[in-house]
Design a protein around this ligand. Structure first.
Ligand code: ZN
Length: 286
């Protein structure tokens, strides 16, 4: 499903509920009707969906030709110094993988963790060991059909700089980074402005992980307000006080002939803004 570029929303948009829909299994058709191609189902608050509900969402996605990913719970922390808590985090990832399996979702996105009172190096080393355990467990449980995608994070005390996410991806060649450009921009106090800024990030990924993983990148995109601590909140594309802006990234994606999955994480307007991105991209293709 990722041999061509796909655009889609993270979670369910305000417009979806305003149109009278209530259930996530109604989203795939809604997404198709909006001429988008992907649905990132959010388990941010817990991966405790019933098997039959997950299968129903998956069947609808298949019927409407919508690719799927799942966002794992937000409270996962692979760098927690307490083994018991890390074990819980691993279990949340396995639960999400199980749901992905039921939904036939091909990607699971997760937040790597928090530094807490540890140095970044210690936190990263702990998370790296966890990634190895998770990859082994995935092989044993038969989850090879799902790709796990650790995400770059927007708050400075979170694990998830570009380099840290690359390190996590180096654990196994099947791990693909989720590059949240909004998060990178928030963490870097508005560091992403020009096409060259995007090119630099993509070059770093390509030289560390290779062109295949660059091509099938998982991308999160939204405008985000930030403070000196990093990300404060996700905005909509109508809010232009903060970036980053998609136009320059689109040009770079076209230039490199990349086929990423691009998920819009705007607040409320994730469907509408995903469509704006798709149109910008299609213009650039001409
Ligand atoms: Zn996320």
């Amino acid at each position: 499903m990722s041999d061509t570029i796909k655009f889609g929303p993270a979670g369910n948009s305000k417009s979806f509920y305003d149109a009278g829909f209530k259930h996530s299994y109604q989203m795939p058709k809604y997404i198709e009707d909006k001429s988008l191609g992907w649905y990132e189902y959010s388990c941010g608050k817990g991966a405790n969906l019933k098997q039959e509900t997950a299968q129903k969402i998956g069947q609808e996605a298949k019927k409407h030709n919508i690719g799927m990913s799942i966002h794992a719970p937000y409270y996962i922390n692979l760098s927690n110094p307490e083994e018991e808590k890390r074990q819980k985090s691993r279990e949340y990832i396995y639960q999400t993988l199980q749901l992905a399996h039921y939904m036939e979702a091909t990607r699971v996105v997760f937040h790597p963790g928090a530094c807490m009172k540890q140095s970044r190096g210690v936190a990263l080393n702990t998370a790296l060991r966890e990634m190895e355990i998770i990859i082994d467990e995935m092989d044993q449980q038969g989850f090879q059909d799902v790709i796990i995608c650790p995400e770059t994070m927007g708050k400075k005390n979170q694990l998830g700089t570009l380099d840290e996410v690359i390190q996590l991806c180096l654990v196994d060649e099947r791990i693909v980074p989720t590059i949240d450009f909004g998060h990178l921009n928030s963490r870097g106090q508005g560091c992403i402005e020009s096409q060259e800024d995007y090119a630099e990030i993509l070059d770093i990924i390509e030289s560390a992980l290779g062109s295949e993983r660059l091509n099938k990148l998982h991308i999160h995109f939204s405008h985000q307000e930030y403070t000196n601590m990093g990300e404060k909140k996700h905005l909509t594309f109508e809010d232009i006080a903060y970036g980053p802006f998609f136009e320059a990234l689109s040009k770079e994606i076209v230039k490199r002939k990349m086929t990423p999955v691009i998920i819009c994480e705007s607040r409320d307007t994730m469907i509408e803004d995903a469509l704006i991105m798709k149109k910008i991209y299609q213009q650039d293709l001409l």
